[in-house]
Unconditional design. Structure first.
Length: 362
């Protein structure tokens, strides 16, 4: 990674400095181009790994932008061993309109990244896919580690998502298990609560393997994490602090900054003593108004009351109890209080007995 000119778009790295540029990714029908902002911080000495920081792939998820601005600033290049490449927004169209999806695409942009299997997966099919093709090529060429910064919902604590590491047959299993160990170690270093993605079959069925971090792990073989930093649509200063501390911790873990990772103190950090995975089984058994019984970050046991449904006058509804499906902890409550029957009301972290590296279900 250290030989020759190091450039991403118009940003050309210089030893001991932070440089700024842009990466053209899409020709616009009205003229001009959609561009992504690029920051590169490079250490004074040659060598060292490259960490990619990306954020705001969903236009209303804002916290990653100031996290990047704060991390890639000041004298970091003078203290750095290696290189940071940061893209504060992967969705400038969504940022402009405060919408999850860019106005030139109808599909979640975090489900359009390359995949290892399937006819046409990863092929350019629309406007946002052209952006993906350009950025993914740069990641494949440059990155040793990747952190993709997101937000989850109004009432969630910051947490890290670890992608399943998929392998093709027993011969490929040792590689996947070694990569899974790196992903796990990086998540531990970041320092916030951590959950695995769904088990392999559901992970692929929901196209989670085609997220930014999923493609980095399962196509490019790069240790990567999705970092969820609290509420959408606004900035929570505590979540920003947690993000800055976590990214700095990963830089220390990777040997890119001196010192050891430090505890994250700006938000609750949950360690239930067992592995957990994301789960959406907390659903409204009938229509009603949600009355939560637990705060985000709280631990629960299987069968424990998570919330109940009440009517508009606040009276409990028969059959309106929502119970924990397994031991775990509450990541957070979904936005809104008025729920229809069958609607997911919360994001849970429940016990996960499956390994992070799993056989590809195909």
């Amino acid at each position: 990674m250290s030989g020759g000119a190091y450039a991403v778009g118009t940003a050309v790295a210089r030893p001991g400095e932070i440089v700024y540029g842009e990466l053209p990714v899409l020709d616009l029908p009205t003229g001009g181009r959609e561009i992504l902002p690029v920051l590169i911080a490079r250490g004074r000495e040659p060598g060292g790994p490259t960490l990619w920081l990306t954020a705001n792939i969903h236009g209303a998820e804002l916290t990653g932008i100031p996290v990047i601005h704060r991390v890639v600033s000041g004298d970091i290049a003078a203290r750095l061993r290696g290189t940071i490449v940061a893209i504060p927004t992967l969705n400038p169209a969504g940022l402009r309109t405060a919408e999850r999806v860019p106005y030139y695409s109808r599909t979640d942009p975090n489900r359009l990244w390359p995949a290892r299997r399937g006819d046409g997966e990863g092929a350019v099919q629309g406007a946002y896919e052209q952006l993906v093709e350009r950025v993914s090529a740069e990641i494949a060429r440059r990155a040793d580690y990747l952190l993709d910064l997101h937000n989850a919902a109004i009432r969630t604590i910051p947490f890290t998502i670890l992608d399943r590491v998929l392998y093709d047959g027993e011969g490929d299993r040792p590689r996947a298990e070694a990569l899974a160990r790196q992903v796990t170690a990086m998540a531990r270093a970041f320092g916030v609560s951590a959950v695995h993605e769904a088990v392999a079959e559901r992970y692929v069925r929901q196209t989670l393997h085609r997220s930014v971090s999923g493609a980095a792990v399962n196509v490019h073989g790069i240790p990567a994490l999705t970092i969820e930093l609290g509420l959408t649509g606004a900035l929570d200063p505590a979540a920003v602090e947690a993000g800055v501390t976590g990214v700095t911790n990963v830089l220390r873990w990777a040997g890119m900054l001196p010192g050891a990772p430090e505890p994250v103190t700006a938000c609750p950090v949950v360690d239930p003593g067992f592995r957990t995975k994301r789960d959406d089984a907390a659903r409204a058994p009938r229509a009603g108004i949600l009355a939560p019984a637990l705060e985000p970050g709280a631990r629960f046991a299987a069968g424990q009351l998570l919330a109940r449904l009440v009517d508009l006058w606040g009276r409990p509804l028969d059959g309106g109890e929502i119970l924990a499906p397994a031991d775990g902890w509450l990541i957070g409550w979904n936005n809104g209080l008025a729920k229809y029957a069958g609607q997911t009301v919360a994001s849970l972290a429940v016990r996960d007995d499956a390994p992070l590296a799993m056989a590809h279900p195909g």
